[in-house]
Ligand binder design. Structure first.
Ligand code: GRF
Length: 230
């Protein structure tokens, strides 16, 4: 999308085509649905896919009139064959951007390479801290005073691709993993649509191994001013 002129929702050809992959509740998906519904959003969600048929996020897509598909990973004997089918399915939508929004699958290197520079993820920690699962509890156990979420390009290293942006939250004295996680998610819901917008506008891209912003390597991970989250 980097060569794209200013897109407008009245011109489908210039709108970035977004596919969102989920596995569960889809609260980030909901934030993306609401953001992309705005007439000035330079992209649209053309499909929502899930590896779990029971993912409630699928209902959110249905309600918004967005096409959905399910590829149930339990029907596959290995990761490779699932990813081959997922890749084919996604190819059918010709996406400019594939957004992982609580998609709880480790993707194979071939899959990740195929979508290099078009695949972004939200991870509930301030990467590189706490790659993997149970991030809120791990932040609490470590006695961290600050926790948060990261949006990053997906590369072959799990939760290890170049970080585009982060949102921080303070860890409060009586926090549990649930209360802390809820505050982190509230930040994700604001940050993810903004990053998706900038990607669709061609402002954010993946360079060799770094994030480019307006064509230049970003000197630091993006953080947004606090008032954006109010
Ligand atoms: C998010 O908190 C995200 O950080 C993590 O999975 C969660 C998905 O939540 N990757 P939802 O399905 O968007 O509600």
């Amino acid at each position: 999308m980097t060569s794209q002129a200013t897109p407008s929702s009245s011109d489908d050809a210039l709108e970035a085509r977004i596919v969102v992959l989920i596995s569960g509740a889809g609260s980030n998906l909901q934030a993306l649905i609401e953001a992309t519904a705005s007439s000035d959003f330079p992209g649209r969600i053309v499909a929502v896919g899930s590896n779990r048929p029971e993912a409630t996020g699928l209902e959110r897509a249905d309600q918004a009139g967005i096409e959905t598909f399910v590829l149930d990973h339990t029907g596959y004997s290995d990761r490779q064959s699932f990813d081959v089918d997922l890749l084919r399915k996604l190819e059918g939508y010709n996406p400019d951007l594939v957004i992982l929004a609580g998609f709880m699958r480790i993707l194979t290197p071939d899959f990740v390479r195929y979508f290099r520079g078009k695949l972004i993820n939200v991870h509930p920690s301030l990467l590189p801290r706490y790659q993997g699962l149970k991030t809120h509890q791990r932040a609490l156990d470590a006695g961290d005073s600050v926790h948060g979420a990261s949006i990053h390009f997906v590369t072959e290293e799990l939760d290890g691709g170049p970080v585009i942006a982060q949102a921080e939250v303070p860890v409060l004295e009586n926090d549990t993993a649930d209360t802390l996680g809820a505050r982190v998610q509230a930040r994700e819901h604001v940050l993810y649509p903004i990053i998706a917008r900038w990607f669709c506008e061609g402002r954010i891209a993946l360079g060799n191994d770094e994030v480019l912003f307006d064509g230049s390597p970003m000197p630091a991970i993006l953080t947004l001013p606090a008032d954006v989250y109010q």
